[in-house]
Design a protein around this ligand. Sequence first.
Ligand code: 7TS
Length: 403
Amino acid sequence: MTEKIKEEFPVLQQDVYGKPLIYLDNAATTQKPISVLNAVDNYYRCLNSNVHRGVHRLSILATEAYEHARMSIQQFINAPNAHEIVFTRGTTESINLVANGFANTILKQNDEVIVSTMEHHSNIVPWQLAVEKCGAKLKVISINEIGEIDMECYQNLFSEKTKIVAVTHVSNVLGTINPIKKMIEIAHAHQVPILIDGAQGIKSTKVDVQDLDCDFYCFSGHKIYAPMGIGVLYGKEKYLEQLPPYQGGGEMIQNVSFEKTTFNSLPFKFEAGTPNVGGAIGLEAAIDFMLKIGRENLLTHDKALLDYAQTKMQEIDEIRFIGQAREKAAVVSFLLGTAHPADVGTLLDTMGIAVRTGHHCAEPLMNRYQISGTVRASFAIYNTKTEIDKLVEALKKTNRILS
Ligand code: 7TS
């Protein structure tokens, strides 16, 4: 099945340095299937027009397609209402929108925001900016050695000053799938809203925001086979209503005068300016692609590759895995003896294998493990066990070269 699926990805049909490309950097971004490329291409060839304001045919069709994409996303994550789906540039912008809104309305001096040690910088820095602006504080949940959230620490961090929790669904470095349903329950038991950074979780789990009962869920299209520059903020209506606009401009207003401006209804209040219509249509096509394969099949494939990789990679001398949580996504971070991750990554590259190295935008997590970075291989639907065999062979060779 996988070989057939791989044929749908033009970018994977190439050699690098004369070797067939093995793309294992999927936690950074996934490749795009032809159906997504065609959907975007078709939009610009046949429909391109600005949305929501035109009376002409193309504008009406583009608006319909854009709003249709919003409804497909609503269904995909089982959100109660389409107006709770806000289009953004990606996870980073979604989190900034919420953090900024909290800084401007809810957070006060000495208030507290809870995040975890394993957050991507995108779920740290926006909150740091927010708390600094308000004289509030960040509280950090610790993790154990295998890379799981310390739930006791989490429970103990709550106080009357806690105004929001912001945690990642899945760690981009450790692969840990956090027990977010339980974490959401705990936050709600303290009457505290919770934002889930779903940048990795959207690919690695079947997300149902009503079942989870999260207050905000953020993700990027490009990590689920869609184009870059389009993402989603799901928010419960009661919070989105409460938050102020993030940016001012066209589309997000009802009436403007120099004395007073009134804002548009949800979700348009948060979608200032011309949106990424082609991106939204591409995201809808990516969702169709995933649904055609089947969510369960995607997850089973991820799990099979993860299990295979984690077993097979134990053959490699001096390998040290960073992140061995019991619930894991298809992400393997590791070190080879004392070799610098960048050296390992560069040698793999010469063998046609694309991995990521470095701190993966999670410096506090690197500090937790007292390392400067890792090598990370992360898998998607087009990857195969044969590719993992080649990775293992390449790592053995790398060991020989570097020792
Ligand atoms: N949160 C997590 C958990 C992520 O993995 C990433 C991107 C982001 C937020 C930010 O997403 P963006 O689409 O807004 O940039 N992670 C990675 C990565 O691991 N390597 O490159 C990007």
